[in-house]
Design a protein. Structure first.
Ligand code: BG6
Ligand code: MG
Length: 210
């Protein structure tokens, strides 16, 4: 292994609660039932695919134009909520593990479906930290398609076999395995049969890599 490609939401930081609040506000306005369990299904899934999951409970059919407006409405609120994030939201465990992996000589990259990746990294004080950032702005297929990780490996000039993907979502483990990457899975991702290294904590990455 020469590099580690990290998912962002649920691995480096915890934005679930903000996604939930913003989707919940939209769902409430539209009179659609939405709860934390449905929110769990949105992990690793693109913004538009997330909206489609929420609209499964809607009695009304919406046009593409209306859906685009709903996604923009949710994102505006989400971005507003992200303004609360600061370097204090980066845990000591994540920061010290990233520093140790860097000191051990690994290239470090992000592979996230989020179009807000750069904003989130800058809120966390990690704006200039990673060697490559592949995110929702440079892909046409979201996880479980491997594109986001393949682009990250490409940016690092490395083949997938030399990059470990770190994920919290099952869709992310599927994306890694479809792209020929080994993976470390945290939380529900650790239960996926394709997960190479199930880990209970982010810091356990050191037991695999250092
Ligand atoms: C992923 C999250 O990282 O990004 C998903 O796990 C989210 O829940 C997706 O839907 C897209 O995020 P954004 O910021 O582009 O709306
Ligand atoms: Mg995630």
């Amino acid at each position: 292994m020469k590099a580690v490609i990290f998912d962002l939401d649920g691995v480096i930081c915890f934005t679930d609660k903000y996604h939930y609040q913003a989707w919940k506000a939209l769902a409430d306005r539209l009179g659609i039932y939405f709860d934390e369990q449905i929110n769990n299904r949105l992990r690793g899934v693109s913004r538009m695919a997330s909206l489609d999951i929420i609209l499964e409970r809607s009695e009304k059919e919406y046009s593409q134009e209306e859906k685009d407006a709903f996604a923009a409405e949710k994102n505006a609120l989400y971005v507003e909520l992200l303004q609360q994030m600061s370097p204090a939201d980066l845990s000591d465990e994540v920061k010290s593990t990233l520093d140790e992996l860097r000191a051990a000589g690994y290239l470090l990259a992000i592979g996230s479906s989020s179009k807000n990746t750069k904003l989130i990294l800058s809120r966390l004080g990690l704006g200039d930290f990673f060697d490559a950032i592949s995110d929702g702005t440079n892909i046409t297929h979201s996880k479980p398609h491997p594109e986001v990780f393949l682009m990250a490996a490409d940016m690092l000039h490395l083949p997938p076999a030399e990059c470990l993907v770190v994920e919290d979502a099952k869709a992310g483990i599927e994306a890694a395995s479809a792209g020929g990457f080994k993976s470390a899975g945290i939380g529900e991702a650790s239960e996926h049969p394709d997960c190479t290294y199930p880990i209970a904590h982010f810091a356990y990455l050191k037991t695999i890599l250092v």
